[in-house]
Design a protein around this ligand. Structure first.
Ligand code: KG4
Length: 343
């Protein structure tokens, strides 16, 4: 039984939320997306300054909506990493100030644990579990033998899948962030253009596959395709190219997830992170897991974007497990999910 305030500021959303006994009392998000869109990507310096500007108002509104005073909280949880260092600092310092002033325990939360546990707002979690973590900064298959246990069994060797959507969108003259516009164009197109696909390789002599990903080649292939068409004076369909790219980017995620889920005999698979908003991924994952006996949980769209409800949710679990940090805690922009208890 606990009341936890969560603070999230890892990228370009300033957010706070209160969770009481697993239930969300309030959640406020101030997004900077429109401002960064003008630059074609997140400007780290601008993001940190806006977090500092917005965090006070976001906290005030969150507490008012929850109908609570800070003295009623049991702990303050904040995103310690991964993310942009200046952005992370803004949330961390706000959390420290509140912990100091109101004599509350401070709890560092891993951002991706948050995305995984966001699924608990809509479904219970059954272990062992496989989390498909796909965002602008990460592409990971995370095996969870039990609660708060994370093992990466596959990850990208170069670009993250969301990053490849954003880079390809830029090549195609679509706005930032590129995931949604590509998704929308792809709905009107057909995957007719040949782009490199990455089939999972079986590891000889085992029942295992190589679950790693690579996205830099796909981005280059799209760039080369566009340049060749232009050099030849030949037109191409933007909708069809978006559909072709999306299929080449998402199919490997679905294929590897299914193979890994079977190999690791998981009971449940959850989607997590910004790219889990992708309509093709959601549909293909549903089709792939249908009839397998493995439960697939697809988060509602509000859980796919950055928010603090998920940070408060993990904060509550860590609070109950006795996890605390001191006021000398620092952020870690490259914090690994497997090291979530090392800070
Ligand atoms: O998790 P997130 O908000 O940020 C990180 O913490 O990285 O994910 C943002 C990423 C961006 O790369 C964006 O283009 C992508 O998620 N994204 C999508 C879609 N909506 C957002 N990618 C594909 N399809 C979408 N519908």
């Amino acid at each position: 039984m606990s009341i936890i305030l969560g603070i999230e500021s890892s990228c370009d959303e300033t957010a706070a939320a209160v969770v009481k006994d697993g239930q969300l009392l309030s959640s406020v998000i101030s997004s900077q997306a429109d401002i960064h869109a003008k630059y074609g990507g997140v400007m780290p310096e601008v993001a940190s300054r806006l977090h500092v500007e917005n965090i006070g108002v976001v906290l005030k509104e969150t507490m008012e909506k929850a109908g609570l005073g800070y003295e009623m909280l049991d702990a303050i949880a904040f995103t310690r990493g991964p993310g942009l260092i200046g952005s992370l600092h803004a949330g961390c310092e706000a959390a420290k100030a509140l912990a100091l002033l109101f004599h509350k325990p401070l709890i560092p939360v891993h951002h991706l644990d948050g995305h995984i546990y966001a699924n608990e707002f809509v479904d219970s979690l059954a272990f062992p579990l496989l989390a498909i973590v796909v965002s602008g900064g990460n592409t990971e298959l995370v095996y969870m033998e039990g609660p708060l246990s994370f093992k990466i069994i596959g990850e990208t060797k170069d670009d993250a899948v969301g990053e490849s959507f954003d880079k390809v969108a830029r090549v195609l003259g679509l706005p930032y962030p590129g995931g949604l516009p590509i998704d929308q164009h792809a709905k009107n197109g057909k995957a007719i253009y040949p782009l490199p696909s990455q089939k999972a390789h079986h590891i000889p002599g085992t029942d295992s596959y190589d679950y790693d990903f690579s996205y830099s080649g796909l981005k280059t292939a799209v760039l080369n395709f566009v340049e060749n068409q232009r050099a030849r004076g030949e037109d191409f369909s933007l909708d069809d190219l978006c559909a072709s790219f999306q299929k080449a980017a998402i199919d490997p995620i679905v294929e590897r997830s299914l193979l890994a889920a079977k190999q690791y005999k998981v009971k449940q698979v959850v989607l997590a992170g910004g790219v889990s908003a992708n309509s093709y991924l959601r549909e293909e994952a549903k089709k792939a897991f249908e009839g397998t006996g493995i439960r697939l949980t697809i988060p509602p769209l509000w859980c796919t974007t950055d928010n603090a409800a998920m940070i408060a949710k993990v904060g509550e679990k860590l609070f109950e497990a006795g996890v605390r940090c001191g006021l000398d805690i620092d952020v870690d922009p490259n914090w690994q999910i497997e090291d979530f208890l090392r800070f």
